[in-house]
Design a protein around this ligand. Structure first.
Ligand code: FES
Length: 149
């Protein structure tokens, strides 16, 4: 099995990875690895039936426009030198890392002292809060702190 990490590296991109970089073919990048691996198997004839050919790959961000652009070889972004980006579409700084699957995402990151939030909705449409018992939340916070490196 070939994953996106097996296609190329940030310094030696596979042609399909390069197309996604050049077209800015992603936003969050969550779907990008699957899109690129799938698209790397396409022939020119497959471009006429992209909705069907990509039906196993879901993108929540792009509306598929930039992905379609990437597959057709459109260039929507460029590598801009420092100080020359005004008025130009600059590549995402992490573009080569995203298309090769090496970029770290939020959930891959451990931040010292990071707190997590849980939201509990009220079962009462209209009520007055007269006290808050934070005992369970404090116990959870202590337990999480104990797990942090
Ligand atoms: Fe975010 Fe496709 S770029 S899910």
């Amino acid at each position: 099995m070939t994953t996106v990490a097996g296609l190329g590296t940030p310094d030696n991109l596979h042609p399909m990875q390069q197309k996604f970089v050049d077209a800015a073919g992603f936003q969050c990048g969550f779907c990008t690895a699957g899109m690129i691996v799938t698209a790397s198997t396409f022939t020119e004839d497959d471009l006429d039936d992209l909705p069907n050919r990509l039906k196993g790959n879901l993108c929540r961000c792009t509306g598929y426009r930039s992905i379609d652009d990437a597959l057709r070889g459109d260039r929507n972004a460029e590598q801009v030198t420092e100080g020359a980006s005004c008025g130009r579409s600059q590549r995402a700084p992490a573009a080569t890392r995203v298309v090769t699957g090496v970029e770290r995402y939020t959930l891959d990151t451990q931040v010292e002292g990071l707190l997590h939030v849980a939201v509990l909705g009220s079962p009462h449409p209209h009520a007055r809060i007269v006290s808050v018992d934070a005992t369970a939340a404090e116990a959870l916070r202590r337990a999480c702190s104990a797990l942090s490196p």
